[in-house]
Design a protein around this ligand. Structure first.
Ligand SMILES: [Ca+2]
Ligand SMILES: [Ca+2]
Length: 501
């Protein structure tokens, strides 16, 4: 009896100790918790040396960061393949199928099921972290009540600095044109600007972030979000980055001219055709020029990030700061006869993701565990010892970061617009066009077809795989949330404010 009673008392003491530690840690101070450096890169695919997507890419800073500090998540995917909804899902922790934020025209602040969710930076900010940001983290939306008439998520941070910089005059420019072909979306154009590089927007952003690493944050750990705007179109960067690549030696990305013919509706008609941008590059024989311009932008981003990496290394925060570098979705450069995003293929869905958690992630490692940007929210709060958020759709992969070869893979979801979904388990990619094409399907086996050339959806040999992955499709489909009424800004001044130039 006494033994039992002692055990009971011991249990009570232990439980109180756990509660006390949890309570005490609700207000972290510097040194007790990791800081977070959260870097978003707009429209970057895997054309980075250490990511292996294009052997021509010149990215010494990324490569050194990976070699010395970071783990590369080799199978990281986005929740949606265009800026607004992928960022909305990452930052709210909820898929578009729940919030109804499926497109760039929809602001999460106007979506009934998203507007009151505690976003990732707010979650940190409300639990003892000092939060600050510069550059694009949230997608931008017109809002007459926001500073400068644009809602770019200023409300989510304690300190928000608007990104600015100057490209200087354009030195030369190329813009492929063809009669009767419209490129649509952001201008499909590229060229060199006078700079200097040190005055351009992304350099100024990284320089600002580097400066912040010299300051103190009222004794609190920090969550610093840094948004890089290139390689988003248009591809204008200083000449020094074009000079890294000789046009004659550029090997353009491979593509298969009949690749789209096996993606068909039930009546056998193809769902897709070559995009306007593809026709412009192809019709003008400018694949090399376009590939080179994208690579020049990637090297420019690498150069800017080098400033930040160096500053972090030299700062007092080098050993206690988690670094997460992510691209918001992939980008095609002619694959599937497509220049751009918005597809549900691997080139659109796979994203760069480099992570350093000091003392946890082994550097110079590639991890093949399947993860999704929607998992970043639960992972970061897990790593930083904050309580789990029951609203999070994703799952923390903190364990995987410590043990990159562990059994991990579960199918993960990428959505583009209402009722179109793609699911990958690390080997197969299964896609269902419930909204766009009456339930048309694709299946690719990456073990034998990494470029997704052969659609296996009608091959009876793969019936079981399709049945298994089909079960993973979302069952909830929230209708489209309302379009932001202030997005229809037509004049060039407004377009510039919205960051579309
Ligand atoms: Ca983007
Ligand atoms: Ca094909």
């Amino acid at each position: 009896m006494t033994k039992n009673r002692n055990q009971y008392l011991l249990f009570i003491v232990a439980a109180m100790a756990v509660l006390f530690v949890r309570h005490a840690s609700a207000q972290p101070t510097k040194g007790q918790r990791y800081n977070v450096l959260f870097v978003a890169i707009d429209d970057l695919n895997d054309w980075v040396g250490c990511l292996g997507g294009n052997a021509q890419a010149i990215t010494p800073n990324f490569d050194r960061f990976a070699r010395e500090h970071a783990m590369i998540m080799n199978k990281a995917y986005c929740p949606s393949t265009v800026c607004g909804p992928t960022r909305s899902a990452l930052l709210t922790g909820k898929h578009a199928t729940y919030t109804g934020v499926y497109g760039n025209g929809q602001n999460l602040k106007h979506a009934a099921k998203a507007k009151d969710l505690e976003t990732l930076p707010e979650y940190f900010g409300n639990r003892g972290y000092y939060t600050l940001s510069r550059g694009k983290i949230f997608h931008k939306h017109g809002d007459p009540n926001a500073p400068g008439g644009v809602d770019e998520g200023q409300w989510a941070f304690h300190e928000f600095v608007k990104a600015k910089g100057a490209n200087g005059p354009i030195l030369w420019e190329e813009k492929p044109t063809l009669e009767s072909v419209k490129s649509g979306g952001s201008p499909f154009t590229w060229g060199a600007v006078k700079g200097p590089t040190e005055k351009t927007k992304d350099y100024a952003t990284c320089d600002w972030a580097a400066d912040q690493l010299n300051r103190d944050f009222d004794g609190k750990p920090f969550f610093m979000a840094v948004g890089i705007s290139k390689p988003h179109l248009s591809w204008h960067v200083p000449q020094e980055f074009f000079d890294l690549y000789s046009l004659d030696e550029i090997e353009p990305a491979p593509f298969k001219r009949d690749d789209l013919n096996d993606i068909v509706r039930k009546d056998g008609k193809p769902i897709f055709k070559p995009t306007g941008r593809f026709l412009l590059a192809d019709g003008n024989d400018m694949h090399k020029q376009a590939n080179r311009a994208y690579l020049a932008c990637v090297s420019y981003v690498d150069h800017c990030l080098g400033v930040l990496f160096d500053a972090l290394e030299k700062s007092e925060y080098a050993e206690n700061t988690i670094v997460m570098i992510w691209g918001d979705h992939g980008w095609h450069l002619s694959e599937k006869l497509h220049y751009g995003k918005t597809g549900l293929w691997e080139e659109s869905a796979r994203v760069p993701l480099l992570i350093n958690v000091p003392g946890v992630t082994p550097p110079n490692t590639k991890c093949n565990g399947v993860v999704n940007l929607i998992d970043l929210y639960p992972t970061l709060i897990d790593l930083c010892g904050l309580p789990p958020n029951a609203e999070n759709d994703g799952r923390s992969f903190a364990k995987l970061l410590a043990k990159p070869s562990m059994e991990w893979n579960q199918p993960t979801l990428t959505t583009y617009q209402y009722k179109n979904h793609s699911i990958t388990d690390g080997r197969y990619r299964y896609t269902w066009y419930g909204g766009r094409a009456d339930g048309a399907e694709e299946l690719y086996d990456h073990d034998i077809d990494p470029l997704e050339h052969t659609n296996l959806a009608s091959n009876p040999k793969y019936k079981e795989v399709i049945v298994r992955l089909r079960k993973q499709l979302p069952t909830q489909h929230e209708p489209d949330s309302p379009k932001n009424p202030h997005n229809a800004l037509k004049n060039s001044k407004n377009q510039e404010r919205m960051g579309r130039q």
